[in-house]
Write a protein that binds this ligand. Structure first.
Ligand code: ADE
Length: 424
């Protein structure tokens, strides 16, 4: 379909649409689960008459989610969830080929980003699909009067879920929010294998550096850290993990990684990757003892994990050395190389998680939206898990699409699991 009617949008260049269309089609080959959901939505129109605002990384994969939601009848607006993650060709194609109002441009400044959040809310959404909770946070802080319009929201990221929990604790999350991140078919694959692969992809595209033999310090051993450490080891790096959680630290040790406090890891690392969701996990005291030329980057949601203000304040010179690669020449005579301005390196310098994992993440998003709509008015305020049946069905469809079949329990085994009498 090519849409001719002028649609409100802010994208870089509509002439990029053909390239975006081609790349969206390519991604679709790896997204069979979302395709099935989209085909059903097309017939059933579960979102007819509803206004939806989505805040997401505008990638080829998000395009498929937006197209599926629109196929279900939603009147959708899409904004970027990060100033550096937008794929401008995809944004153009969504406007020109699919009639979806997109407000996103790669490299947009903070004021534009915030204006786009306002545009998403000006749409008076009944549903918010969020990635990092910026739209929900703005609604709760400054647009309380619009909460009456809202059926609920869905949240994609660990960071967003942490924010929503804090909102709930303060009593300000007064509507249902679906916790997409905690579905097994989301974080097991997206956070682990998606972040693992795409983070290294971003580092390699930005620097073209050899990972074999390098010391990579992975800061944080949540699902994203686990995947990043695993894949860095797979590329031949010596991996050090830093943690603040005792259980996760034991996991890292037993997964075979060296675990050190950041202050001790700092002088050893060639490359530092932050994936904690917390602020200033790499800061002045660490930068000061790093090797000359150490590379630092972030794959956590927000750009505050590296204390870049400290670096800027202590730099004699900041030099662009390659796209997404800046060298800070410090007053102590050493330099630190920062990738992607400390923003998600996998989306800034690469293309984000591969489509095959986003297929499951976005199947969860699409079905979470449907669940909110089906249960309109009956869900309590606060976070809701993706129903287990939905999570399992996504896994079943994914395996089926991969051509992989598994066993099922025999009647005798079912009886056994339901009984407790027979032991040793
Ligand atoms: N988050 C991480 N990777 C992504 C992708 N490819 N598309 C949308 N959101 C993402």
């Amino acid at each position: 379909m090519t849409v001719t009617a002028p649609l409100k949008h802010e994208v870089k260049d509509l002439a990029l649409a053909p390239l975006g269309r081609q790349r969206i089609e390519w991604a679709g080959r790896e997204m069979p689960v979302l395709k099935q959901i989209r085909d059903r939505f097309e017939k059933e129109k579960p979102f007819a008459g509803l206004r939806l605002a989505a805040c997401a990384h505008v990638t080829t994969e998000t395009a498929h989610l937006a197209i599926a939601l629109k196929a279900g009848g939603a009147d959708a607006v899409l904004i970027a969830s990060n100033p550096l993650s937008t794929q401008d060709d995809v944004a153009a194609s969504l406007v020109a080929d699919h009639g979806i109002a997109v407000f996103a441009q790669k490299g947009e400044d903070a004021a534009t980003y915030n204006r786009h959040v306002q545009i998403a809310l000006d749409h008076r959404p009944n549903i918010i699909v969020d990635d990092g909770s910026d739209v929900v946070a703005e609604l709760v802080q400054h647009r309380q009067h619009q909460i009456a319009d809202l059926i609920g929201s869905t949240e994609e990221t660990t960071t967003g879920i942490v924010r929503l929990r804090a909102m709930f604790k303060e009593g300000v999350l007064t509507f249902p929010a679906m916790n997409v991140n905690d579905a097994d078919t989301k974080h097991f694959f997206d956070n682990r294998y998606g972040t693992g692969q795409s983070t290294l992809d971003g580092i390699i595209r930005a620097t073209n550096i050899l990972l074999a033999g390098k010391t990579v310090v992975v800061v944080g051993y949540g699902w994203c850290g686990k995947g990043t450490a695993l894949r860095a080891r797979g590329m031949g790096a010596n991996v050090i993990v830093t943690e603040i959680d005792h259980i996760k630290a034991i996991e890292a040790v037993m997964d075979g990684f060296r675990v050190l406090p950041m202050a001790e890891a700092a002088p050893h690392g060639d490359i530092f990757i932050t994936v904690t969701g917390n602020k200033h996990v790499v800061r002045g005291e660490h930068f000061n003892v790093m090797k000359d030329g150490a590379i630092v980057c972030n794959s956590g949601h927000f750009d505050l994990e590296l204390d870049l203000k400290y670096l800027a304040a202590n730099a004699k010179e900041i030099k662009d050395v390659r796209p997404f690669t800046e060298e800070y020449k410090l007053t102590n005579g050493k330099s630190v190389v920062v990738l992607g301005q400390g923003r998600l390196i996998n989306l800034a310098a690469a293309e984000g998680h591969p489509s095959a994992v986003m297929d499951m993440s976005f199947a969860n998003q699409a079905l979470a939206v449907e669940y909110l709509v089906k249960n309109k008015g009956s869900l309590a305020a606060g976070l809701h898990s993706i129903p287990r049946e939905v999570d399992e069905e996504i896994a079943r469809l994914k395996l089926q699409a991969m051509g992989i079949f598994i066993d099922s329990l025999t009647a005798d085994q079912i009886d056994y699991t339901n009984s407790w009498q027979s032991g040793t």
